[in-house]
Ligand binder design. Structure first.
Ligand code: BGC
Length: 724
């Protein structure tokens, strides 16, 4: 192993080819995550890759795990390659590694960034124990259209909530010390506007106003970078005609010039190559030129940089200074995580066996129950008593073990997972009081299924109806035209409801859904997303009241699919729908503009009353602060947690302002019968937006402000922001 002196000294020694080698990342065929698929081909790819590492042409590998093979690959890089530059190992560790936590969208429902920080930390501990340094997470895309399947990977529709979760996840993955064996580099993705693809169609174009891009989609990236993220992944989509992965104004203008981002940008998969299909580059050489010159430092998997960058430098179309700047960024990060001092960090043979999987399971269970939203609970049907009640668990998710994790989990350890049936049975005093019937398959009827389900419902005191989307319905490339339940499941719900037995819906979902008929009208609805390893146990904790629901929707649930895109912080129209006036108003022929369940909505087994929102002054000076308060009382029968939400509305702006915007939230615990005054501090920076002239700042004038339990609730107080 060579002695490392400095990044600059190393750069001086590197040939152009060795430099370019650091700017490519390739699938880790030395330890593929699906070794059973095509083993002969894997072996050939592995030996070719080893040759490339030896030749100094490969700087990073992705989506392979395994400590032993990782050490061997690293040994080749540091012992056999001329300059001995260690490899960086990346992978998609999105919401857990062996232990799978709720999908990020579900976890955002907790409104507890500190929880996301803890689960990301555990994911990092498990990932680094498997030989990884770097995760392609968090996804921080704001998803305002629920047809898009990748909302499951992010934190929902709101930039304020999304920014808080983005920062928390970065802190959790990376920990306090980047050189620690269990520090995992984070990658906010996909930069940028990916969640705004037209029609919710994955990979589609994005037409977006500069103000919306800046006020809605960029903030979570900024928050992630401010929290210490050192890499960013570019997006597949184009933005107003320029592909994000070749967008100089964003990759260089915003990231480098405005934000002074020091890290590197990696392409989303083969996004550089895809510039040809976009019609933005003529051929591979052209695609390399435009992507690299725009600021895309590292190319994933396409091999374009290795094939064309050297020639582009020789022809003068790419400058050696730009190459050096990108290579320096990559090497600086390898240095920052301690790879030059200890290339075998995170490649410790004993680390996996030393994992405290029981503690990780306990956290997964807590995270799961903190992610479950009680959307409806007519007549306080929930919680159920754990004895003396005959329960029918009906639906295709009842016994299923393949749809617990949700999208984008490559390494989940299925042996650790608990499904609904097992979790519920374990919680019952008499396990035989649970009758389990699938009723139908995910997308098709099964012979005798409805009859069996109806019989079970008739014989039961209460039905737990486990319906929703299979996990393949959300995630990458999983856009939907109608965000409803598959017809076979809807038919099951209708048949079961016709028995008259009360129903608790256990909804499985990777997005907000348009609930219909018997599912929408069930006595109780628990929105359970994909909860991960501890699904069954966490659902049982909520169903039987061992845990009191405290989560809130991070996405609006529409009345109809056709309302998409539907989000609470929409701009005001000139024809707002009014409760007693709907003609010639902004509404649909078939239904309202309003959601079924608004952003921020969620019930508890207790009740919280909000006193009026108050402000400590009618005027906010330009450089001053304002305190907004409300007294909240737990008037219900048990202790509980409440997510107190602060919203503002700017009455007049140089650009039309959203009807409400989240500006603060706090989860408080209140014992039954107790009260607490919750206060938030506002200043003009919290009221800033991208103004009509393109500058960022607040505008003097009147504002409404609410402290409320959801985005559609509460009585506003007002204040005036005075000019400076
Ligand atoms: C996805 C990314 C992911 C990458 C690498 C792409 O298809 O869009 O989110 O990080 O693959 O696996």
């Amino acid at each position: 192993m060579r002695t490392f002196v400095s990044v600059d000294a190393l750069l001086d020694e590197m040939t152009l080819e060795e430099k370019i080698g650091q700017l490519g990342i390739f699938a880790d065929m030395l330890r593929p995550f699906a070794p059973g698929i095509n083993p002969e081909m894997n072996a050939r790819n592995a030996s070719e890759l080893t040759e490339q590492i030896r030749a100094g042409r490969v700087g990073s590998l992705f989506n392979g795990i395994g400590v032993e093979q990782g050490r061997e690959a690293q040994r080749v890089a540091v012992e056999e390659a001329r300059l001995g530059i260690p490899l960086l190992f990346g992978a998609d560790v999105i919401h857990g590694m062996r232990t799978v936590f709720p999908i990020p969208l579900g976890e955002a429902a907790s409104f507890e960034p500190a929880l996301a920080e803890r689960t990301a930390r555990v994911a990092a501990i498990e990932a680094t124990a498997a030989g990884l340094h770097w995760t392609f997470a968090p996804a921080v895309d704001i998803a305002r259209d629920q047809r898009w399947g990748r909302g499951a990977e992010g934190a929902g529709e709101d930039p304020f909530l999304g920014s808080a979760f983005a920062a928390a996840r970065v802190r959790g993955f990376q920990g306090d010390d980047l050189t620690a064996d269990d520090a995992l580099l984070a990658t906010p993705k996909h930069f940028v506007g990916y969640g705004a693809v037209m029609g919710g169609l994955d990979y589609n174009s994005v037409e977006i106003a500069e103000g919306t891009l800046r006020d809605v989609h960029l903030p979570p990236f900024k928050a992630a970078i401010d929290a210490g993220a050192l890499t960013v992944m570019s997006a597949f989509n184009d933005i107003n005609g320029v592909p994000a992965s070749a967008h100089h104004g964003l990759l260089t203008g915003v990231l480098r010039d405005e934000w002074a981002f020091r890290g590197f940008v990696v392409s989303d998969y083969t996004a550089d190559f895809e510039l040809i299909a976009h019609g933005y580059a003529e051929d591979e050489r052209d695609a390399t030129r435009v992507a690299f010159n725009a600021g895309l430092d590292m190319s994933m998997q396409s091999g374009l940089y290795g094939a064309h960058l050297a020639d582009l430098v020789r022809s003068g179309e790419v400058s050696i200074e730009t190459i050096d700047a990108s290579v320096r960024r990559v090497l600086e990060i390898k240095r920052a995580i301690g790879l030059f001092d200890n290339p075998y960090r995170s490649l410790d043979a004993g680390a996996d066996a030393a994992l405290d999987l029981d503690a990780h399971a306990a956290l997964a269970r807590d995270a799961a129950r903190r992610s479950i939203v009680l959307a409806r609970n007519e007549g306080d049907l929930l919680p159920l008593p754990r004895a003396g009640t005959r329960i029918a668990l009906i639906g295709p998710f009842a016994q299923d073990r393949d749809n617990l994790e949700g999208c984008w989990t490559l390494f989940g350890d299925k042996r650790l997972h608990v499904n609904l049936e097992d979790g519920l049975r374990a919680a019952l005093e008499d396990p035989s009081s649970l009758d389990v019937v699938p009723g139908c398959a995910f997308e098709a009827a099964i012979d005798g299924g409805l009859d069996a389900a109806v019989a079970a419902a008739r014989a039961a005191d209460v039905v737990l109806l486990a319906v929703g989307e299979p996990q393949g319905f959300s995630g990458e490339a999983q856009s939907r035209v109608a965000i409803t339940l598959p017809p076979a499941q809807q038919a099951l719900a209708e048949a079961v409801a016709a028995t008259g037995t009360p129903i608790v819906v256990l909804l499985r979902n990777g997005r907000a859904l348009a609930l219909e008929g018997a599912v929408r009208d069930a006595q109780a609805i628990l929105v359970t997303w994909f909860l991960g390893s501890q699904t069954g146990l966490a659902v049982a904790d909520i169903v039987f009241g061992d845990a009191n629901p405290s989560a809130r929707l991070p996405v609006s649930f529409p009345v109809h699919s056709g309302q998409q895109p539907l989000f609470y912080n929409r701009m005001r129209t000139g024809r707002p729908e009014l409760p007693d006036m709907t003609e010639f108003k902004a509404r649909w022929r078939e239904g309202p503009h309003a959601p079924l369940y608004a952003f921020g909505h969620g019930l508890s087994y207790t009740r919280f009353d909000y006193a009026a929102t108050t402000v400590d002054a009618a005027r906010l000076a330009w450089d001053g602060t304002l305190t907004v308060s409300a007294r909240i009382t737990n008037t219900g029968p048990r202790d509980g947690e409440e997510v107190v939400q602060l919203y503002v509305h700017d009455r007049v702006g140089s650009r039309v302002r959203p009807i409400r915007e989240l500006k603060g939230f706090r989860k408080i615990t209140l014992a039954a019968g107790t009260s607490e005054t919750v206060s938030f501090t506002l200043d003009r920076h919290a009221l800033a937006f991208t103004r009509a002239d393109g500058t960022f700042g607040a505008e003097p004038g009147r504002f409404d402000v609410w402290i409320a339990p959801a985005s559609d609730r509460g009585e506003a107080a007002t204040f005036e922001l005075l000019a400076g």
